[in-house]
Design a protein around this ligand. Sequence first.
Ligand code: SAH
Ligand code: SF4
Length: 368
Amino acid sequence: MMPMDAIHLIGMDRSDMDGLLANMGEKAFRSKQLWQWVYQKGAVDFSSMTSIAKHMRENLALMATLKRPFIVKDLLSSDGTRKWLLRFADGQEAEMVFIPEVDRGTLCISSQVGCTLTCKFCHTGTQRLVRNLTAEEIVGQVILARDMLGDWASPPIPRKITNIVLMGMGEPLYNYENMAKALKIIMDPEGIAISKRRITLSTSGVVPMMNQCGEELGVNLAVSLHATNNVLRNEIVPLNKKYPIELLMEACRTYPGLNNARRITFEYVMLKGVNDSLTDAKALIKLIQGIPSKVNLIPFNPWPGTIYERSTDEQIHAFAEVVMKAGYPSPVRSPRGEDILAACGQLKSQSLKLKYNDRIAASEGHGC
Ligand code: SAH
Ligand code: SF4
């Protein structure tokens, strides 16, 4: 039986682990071994850590845990998309999505339970309960996904999870410290080993944290722009009142490491009759002029009670063409895993189904 105050190894960085082993009176090199068992091999218990001395494994088993988040729901779509509803130790829940594609497998993870920002088209922003996820809970999502996908094999066996996007619930730059600690663990080449070039952080525009994010973590940046003037952006992304478009664009222009091979992704949710005219498309091109970037057009994902509608396919494609002709790649994000909602609904009564689909749709809307 694990003590209530067990030491949580997942989420520990190298210096945390060094400190733990020093306290246990173990030699420093054991820390590296433990690190590899936790983050490179995905050990779920201490008895499997065969290169570690038996007494140390027994001590660890008495005082530490490798516990992952609890899976409340595990849904598999016919297109291979997989969604999990996760529950953390305090009962709070968040979601994670895996999207397999021909040349990659992308895991979309959450950074917070809920979100303090209240973007008008986003369901997460309407949820009252909000807290930051800990580094343990953020790294724990990736570890759990690897468990579930059987993705702990060593090279040359190809990895299933090749890319990570922070596009689930929450604003990652409002949880900078925990998120940065988690990402450093995830990027460590002797551990989970997903390179910064394969990680994309999506922000609604927390301008003061953007430079630090680029300098310290060097991950790809996606910026949720959604509007090309302050009047509309103030309304749909209220954070714009604090950090208006001019400041946001300046922070994008100066994002560290930007060049044509490493572009900023501007996310643009297509809301019918709100921001989807060809005049908007032209304004968008003007705004991002000179910034190495691409534009990701996201068809709006409706949720019960929303005042918005998804733009028509014709409008989305006409918009994309204007942007593309100006020299910016403008892929339209295709909805994935739509049938999972139905599959999930079959397990529930009609009203519960609505409630649950509502919750899934909220995070599915997060570009995943
Ligand atoms: N908070 C961060 C990251 C999470 S949201 C951010 O806002 O960037 C990830 C993306 O999903 C954002 O671009 C967000 O605007 C978008 N999004 C949120 N709700 C949506 C919805 N209902 N339909 C389509 N996209 C949505
Ligand atoms: Fe928060 Fe992003 Fe949703 Fe805005 S779009 S409410 S920042 S999760």
